[in-house]
Design a protein around this ligand. Structure first.
Ligand code: SF4
Ligand code: SF4
Length: 136
């Protein structure tokens, strides 16, 4: 059985230089598709990616990452749009690079499509109502 998931990896500063992706591909036969990678000022790494392979290999690969101090989180929990707080101002839809946040016309209501989000974080700062929050 195949497994394919969008996940987010958090690397503590101490392990950020290690060749994890190489091991996932080479030792666990997994396919890696990097969506976004960045390193914060504290030198912690964050990688948004798609990981795919046989279920057994997938589970073993995740165990390998966790055993090396990498935190693995489901992508879905990363960015939350709080519809109740949203004032439909549209500011986020202008800067969202993937149309994950989109203004639906002519109704002029905002919609969030989580599957398109690449966690670029632009909308966090743009939203005056703080309706979009990060979960990490
Ligand atoms: S984090 Fe980036 S891609 Fe995701 S909704 Fe916000 S602006 Fe769009
Ligand atoms: S910027 Fe915030 S308040 Fe404005 S449309 Fe986007 S989520 Fe809603």
């Amino acid at each position: 059985m195949m497994a394919k998931h969008k996940i987010v990896l958090l690397f503590p500063a101490a392990v950020v230089e290690q060749p994890f992706l190489y091991h996932l591909v080479k030792d666990y036969n997994l396919f890696v598709n990097i969506i976004r990678a960045n390193i914060n000022p504290r030198k912690e790494g964050r990688l948004v990616m798609e990981l795919a392979g046989e279920q057994e290999d997938y589970d073993a690969g995740i165990n390998f990452l966790e055993s090396r101090g990498v935190t693995v989180m489901p992508f879905e929990q990363q960015v939350k749009w709080n519809e109740d707080r949203c004032t439909q101002c549209g500011a986020c839809t202008v800067i969202c690079p993937t149309d994950a946040l989109k203004m639906i016309r002519p109704e002029m209501i905002v919609e969030f499509d989580e599957s398109k989000c690449i966690v670029c974080e632009h909308c966090f700062k743009a939203c005056p109502a703080r309706a979009i929050v990060a979960h990490y």
